[in-house]
Ligand binder design. Sequence first.
Ligand SMILES: [Fe+2]
Ligand SMILES: [Fe+2]
Length: 310
Amino acid sequence: MEQQEQFDAVLAADERIEPRDWMPEKYRATLIRQIAQHAHSEIIGMQPEGAWLTKAPSLRRKAILLAKVQDEAGHGMYLYSAAETLGVDRSDLLDRLHTGAQKYSTIFNYPTLEWADVGVIGWLVDGAAIVNQVPLCRCSYGPYARAMIRICKEESFHQRQGFEMLLALRDGTDGQRAMLQDAVNRWWWPSLMMFGPPDGASANSSASMAWKIKRHSNDDLRQRFVDMTVPQADVLGVRLPDNDLRWNAERNSHDFGEIDWEEFARVVKGDGPCNTERIERRTAAHTEGEWVREAATAYARKQAAKVGAA
Ligand SMILES: [Fe+2]
Ligand SMILES: [Fe+2]
C-alpha cells in the first residue's frame, strides 16, 4: 500500500511518474495503449499526405510537405520510445498495429483526393491534434509528457504551413477556391471525430482524468477546437458544412450539429474508405524494411564489440 500512496502523492503534487517508479498495472496498460495508438497514428498519418509528395505543385511546396511527413515519422519514433520505457517492445506494438489489435486515429482512413486536402489536413487535422496534445505536455507520465513538448512545437509548424497554403488557394482562381471548399466539406466532420466519442460514451476517459493522463474531456476539447476554427474559416472565406453551427452568446461558445457516430464506429471497426489500403501499405513497408533493421542491428553489435575490445 505504501507504493500506492507514493504514486498518489506524486499525482496530487502534479509531479511526474518516471519509468522506474512503481505504478498501478492499469495505469501502465492505459499508457501503453494510448501511447501506442498515438505512435501508430503518427506513422499511418504519413500516408495520406505522402501520396502528394510527387504531385506537389512547386519545389517549395514539395520541400515543406517532405519536411512535414518526415516530422510525423519522427513523432512516431519518439512515441514508440516512450512506450518502450513502460516495458513493451516496439516490434510487438507494430505487430498489433498490423493485425488490427491496436488502432490508430480514424482520420487517416479518409482519402486525399485533391491538392487542397494537404492544406486542409494541416489546418484542421494538425490543428485538432494540437488541441488534443497541448494538454498532454502536462501528462503525469514523464517520458510521454516530454515527447509531447517537442511534438507540439512541430505540429504548430504543420498547422501553419497548411493554413498558409490555403491562403494561397483563397487568393487564387475560382477553381482553386472551389477545390478548397470541397476539401473543407470532406474533412470537417472527420476532424471533429478526432476528439473521440462524446463524454458519456467514452470508456477510458474518467480513469485517465483521475490519473492526470488526460486533462480535459473529449467534448471540452472538441468545443475548444470549434471555437478556435470558426474565425479561421472566415479568414479563408470557406463555409464549414454544418447548418447548426452558430454563436451562442449565453454559453460564450459555438453550438454545432450532431456528429455521425455511426460513421465513426464503422471507421474504427475497419470499414472506412482507406483502412485496408493503409494497413496493406504499412505492412509492405515493414516487410521491405526488414533488411534495414537487420543491418542496423548488426552495425550496433559491431560497434558495441569494438568498444568492448578497446
Ligand atoms: Fe505528428
Ligand atoms: Fe503533424
